[in-house]
Design a protein around this ligand. Structure first.
Ligand SMILES: [Ca+2]
Length: 332
């Protein structure tokens, strides 16, 4: 049985879990290896924007009327041209940021006492959320049964104090809060993508219905098998994969779907037509939209490795399946 407080927090944070467009466009792709032979650092990093790709301006139908309720209703949106990282921010890139700035991530600090007044002290200690595969049949099929708030979990120790990122420079950084992602982007002179920018880029220029483009493994790093009990890892990876191991979309972007969820700028609302409200719901933590699904999404659960899929992420809490990438907007 899960602790009710942990369960409450996990439910608020990870009501999660739960994907895509393709089109033919000619793109000039960055050169050099990715995946297992990639160092995790683009050439000339951080001065150069190598491995960023140009996304053209355009209008498209954001969302889906055929999938989960939070993806509705489909809305026509327009996006100005921008550049976006062709892969998720890696452990090596984030380490360079920390080395240059001395930045300390949210998970490495205790939660301030004035935040979440009802939260017990044991959940204020430095730590983060870690996926734990159940050892037996679950009494309740709810997220709090496989998510654990783990003291000591942070980007250097993504699964807790006994873990590390040695040899994982080329994997996406995880256990970063929204604030951490924003701080990194600001250091680069970049920003986080808006939800519309992210979804437009993920669709690869296409405007096809989201459900028609749900990738089947091994086109993305997802969970294969009966979640959360076993993962056959037929795509080659249980857990995060080095960036760029799967085919890019038509814009040349890797891992927009699967691998790790990605933070966006947008405050989460349960529908696309919900009234704009920049403030968090009273009594609840601030939530931002995360996109793309992760290595924990499967056809038996989540089913959200599609461009239109979206979930809330609590801004000051990371997990070992949420990362990010950055954008650079064209100056007017
Ligand atoms: Ca996998």
């Amino acid at each position: 049985m899960s602790h009710p407080l942990r369960q409450a927090r996990a439910i608020v944070l990870f009501s999660l879990m739960m994907l895509a467009g393709q089109a033919s466009v000619a793109v000039a792709l960055p050169t050099g290896p990715l995946c297992k032979s990639y160092s995790g650092l683009p050439s000339g990093f951080p001065a150069s924007d190598a491995r960023m790709l140009a996304i053209p301006a355009g209008s498209f139908l954001m969302g889906s009327d055929h999938d989960y309720p939070e993806e509705r209703p489909v809305q026509k949106v327009s996006v100005a041209a921008f550049q976006i990282d062709s892969h998720e921010v890696t452990n090596a890139e984030f380490a360079a940021f920390v080395a240059a700035t001395g930045y300390v991530t949210t998970a490495e600090l205790p939660l301030p006492a004035d935040k979440y007044p009802g939260l017990p002290d044991e959940y204020r200690v430095p730590g983060s959320m870690v996926f734990v595969m159940p050892r037996g049949v679950l009494e309740q099929f709810i997220a709090s049964e496989w998510w654990r708030f783990t003291p000591g979990a942070n980007w250097r120790q993504p699964s807790g104090p006994d873990s590390n990122i040695l040899g994982r420079d080329n994997e996406p950084v995880t256990q970063v809060s929204w604030q951490d992602a924003k701080a990194y982007a600001t250091w680069r002179g970049h920003d986080l993508p808006s939800e519309a920018e992210w979804e437009w880029a993920a669709r690869g220029g296409g405007n096809v219905p989201s459900a028609a483009t749900q990738p089947k493994a091994p086109d993305a790093n997802v969970w294969e098998g009966a979640f959360p009990y076993f993962d056959t890892a037929e795509d080659g990876y249980h857990g995060t994969a080095p960036v760029g191991c799967f085919q890019p979309n038509a814009y040349g972007l890797h891992d927009m779907l699967g691998n790790v969820w990605e933070w966006t700028l947008d405050v989460y609302q349960p529908r696309h037509d919900a009234p704009s409200n920049p403030l968090p719901t009273p009594g609840l933590p601030e939530q931002r939209v995360i996109k793309g699904g992760s290595w924990l999404c499967s056809t038996t659960f989540c089913g959200r490795y599609r461009p239109s899929a979206r979930q809330p992420g609590e801004t000051d809490l990371g997990s070992n399946h949420i990362g990010f990438r950055t954008v650079k907007r064209v100056q007017p």
